[in-house]
Design a binder for this molecule. Structure first.
Ligand code: 2HA
Ligand code: ZN
Length: 270
């Protein structure tokens, strides 16, 4: 059996977390990532009959029964994943009854998955229903996006429109727009349910005054989605700080982009 520390999925996961930390999005224990693994990937590096520990989920995840996930640990710092993955992240399978995580590897210091697991798993369920190839849910605290939620209307259509105007590539990268949730108490099943409901409509959900949830097919693509939204928010904040934008990408120009890239874009924005 291959050593899990040499597996592509674990190394890519830790490298992604390191990148996010480097960009200043994941202060202290901020942020969490869940990565749906294939059974083949897991069997290459772990004995799937050896359950180390059962950890109750606290909600019903039956729709994901038998699926494997790599998930960051609660209270763990993104900056430490590369040097010490075994104490900071874990690989588990959802039990047949959907009530427990069957830990196969990781959380070695007795830890457990992120407190945001309800939002992650409920989001996986919601995305898999609309896109069976979805594998990643990423939560992080991008600085400029957070700042923008203090400055701008917390409205899905207005927020999407403003971000699309802030960089030519935006409508191409997230034609489904962004969904905006009001401030809610994090770590609860309620915010999980609200996030899942929104992430079914758009791969990007903004948690006002807290951060972002993005879903995607792989780590790079999901990271790239966060990065693109954050960059647009940065340009918004920079131009606001300089007295407001003098020039804007018009709705007609956005429509030209949509035509050029053959986009199916969110209704009601332009
Ligand atoms: O895990 O980001 O939302 C730390 C957080 C909670
Ligand atoms: Zn958070």
């Amino acid at each position: 059996m291959k050593n899990i520390l040499e597996s592509k999925f674990l190394n890519e996961y830790c490298a992604t977390a390191a990148n996010m930390y480097r960009l200043g999005w994941d202060e202290r224990n901020g942020g969490n990532i869940s990565y749906l693994l294939t059974e083949e990937e897991v069997k290459e590096v772990l004995d799937t009959d050896k359950v180390v520990r059962l950890i109750p989920l606290g909600f019903d995840a039956k729709e994901l029964a038998g699926k494997y996930f790599l998930v960051s640990g609660t209270g763990k710092y993104f900056k430490n994943f590369v040097g010490d993955p075994e104490n900071n992240v874990g690989v588990f399978r959802i039990s047949a009854d959907g009530q427990n995580a069957e830990l196969l590897w990781g959380y070695a210091d007795g830890g457990r998955f992120t407190s945001e697991l309800p939002a992650h798993l409920m989001s996986h369920i919601a995305r898999l229903r609309v896109d069976p190839t979805n594998r990643v849910v990423m939560h992080t605290h991008p600085t400029n996006l957070l700042a923008m939620t203090y400055m701008f209307d917390l409205d899905t259509v207005k927020f999407t429109h403003k971000l699309w105007q802030m960089n030519t590539e935006c409508i191409v990268v997230f034609p489904d727009g962004v969904e905006v949730l009001p401030w809610m108490l994090c770590g609860t099943n309620e915010i999980g349910e609200a996030t899942a409901e929104k992430i079914a409509l758009s791969r990007t959900v903004i948690w006002s005054m807290h951060g972002i949830y993005c879903a995607g097919h792989d780590l790079d693509e999901t990271f790239g989605l966060v990065e693109t939204v954050e960059k647009a928010a940065q340009i918004y904040m920079m131009t606001e700080a300089c007295g407001g934008a003098k020039n804007l990408i018009s709705d007609d120009q956005l429509k030209l982009l949509a035509k050029r890239f053959n986009l199916t874009y969110r209704d009601g924005v332009i």
